[in-house]
Design a protein around this ligand. Sequence first.
Ligand code: HEC
Length: 180
Amino acid sequence: MNRIAYASIAALFFASSVQLANAKEPAPMLKDGELKVPADYKSWPKFLTGVDRPDLKQVRDIYINPIGAGAKPGEQFPNGTITVMELYKAELEADGSVKKTKDGKLVKGALLKVFVMGKDAGWGALAPAGLKTGDWSYSGYMADAQTPTTDAPAACRGCHLPLGDTKDFIARYDEYFQKR
Ligand code: HEC
């Protein structure tokens, strides 16, 4: 065997060992309600903050993990993406209407709930029939980020499904990429 042949065998061996080193363990399959709120989510990139929902008398802050923040406009979010949404009560006036700053923004009150959605290869296979939103999985928690809410996962899916796969079932998809 000449030197070139040796070199290419060595290169092949190197390439395959790199591939092995990079091969990820398959992610555990998660049913709705099983995805936890990652403890460090407040250090993640912000997705959108101060999302006013006067209709619900709420303000929402949304975070996305660094894997998700790597997505490009027009693409779906990569496997391994997690997004966390904090739902805050809006502060109210004495008459029960929402309090507003002079810029017309709502004022964040107490934290009510923490919602999380994450995706990984194959998770969609566990979704109930007719409610598959790609490979996303959904969980809702109370303000302690640990006690499950009584929100039915089917309700999460029912609202996110019609958003469609071109927006990867993400409600504020366009706004995120416009403001990022
Ligand atoms: C009534 C419709 C509705 C339901 C039910 C719903 N969502 Fe959403 N979700 C939205 C909308 C709309 C937004 C964008 C923020 C906003 O406008 O409040 C959103 C945003 C999110 C986001 C931030 C990423 C994004 O899509 O912009 C997460 C995470 C999320 N929802 C998780 C959940 C989970 C988990 C549940 C169930 C426990 C759930 N949602 C139930 C409508 C819904």
